[in-house]
Write a protein that binds this ligand. Sequence first.
Ligand code: E4P
Length: 226
Amino acid sequence: MKFFLDTADLNEIKEVESWGLLAGVTTNPSLYARIGGRVDDFKKHIARICEITSGPVSAECVSMKRDEIIAEGRELAAIAPNVVVKIPTMIEGLAATKVLASEGIRVNMTLCFSVPQALMAARSGARYISPFIGRFDDIGEDGLEQFEQVVCSVKNYEFASSNGLGEEPEIIAASVRSSHHVTQAALMGADIATVPFNVLKKCVEHPLTDRGLDAFMKDWEKVKNQ
Ligand code: E4P
């Protein structure tokens, strides 16, 4: 499973890039708002992210009609070769994805919450499908159970020969809130997990690692003093 960072924060992206494991970045309008982003700077900001990482960088369309989504998607894709156009899972989004995929533009279908949505996204030519986990938990349902169903159903079929891409869609575990989500997504066969910075940091940590390191350092002091 690859790790994407779910953020629009350049410092977070630079930091995780320096760890040597960053495979891509996902953004959305809320994440961009969180860093105080401005509409007139959005494309430049995506370009800045694309300079930090060579992996796929998802930039989300905010248009609601298919022709507008297509036009916006083309503009976003022109920012850099590694831009992936993020489009919500809805009828207008599916129609736009079909057209953009036929032009070789990679689409990440977002706000995906069900098996039918995921299968339709795959059929329309989405290169990435993002089932959300945490937001299901937020409404008192089991986000991981829903995620597992999406992974199983998409992996039951072959899409590459008919989706216009010649590649199978990759499933991104999205709306990830904990290292437990990351663990379970990996066990369930996610291709990618897009993880917020604070959760990714927690994924590196383990109390037994800290305890073990502490003991090793203490023993090394003894060795030095012998
Ligand atoms: C995915 O691409 C989304 O940007 C993100 O994972 C949404 O997460 P949230 O539900 O924590 O906002």
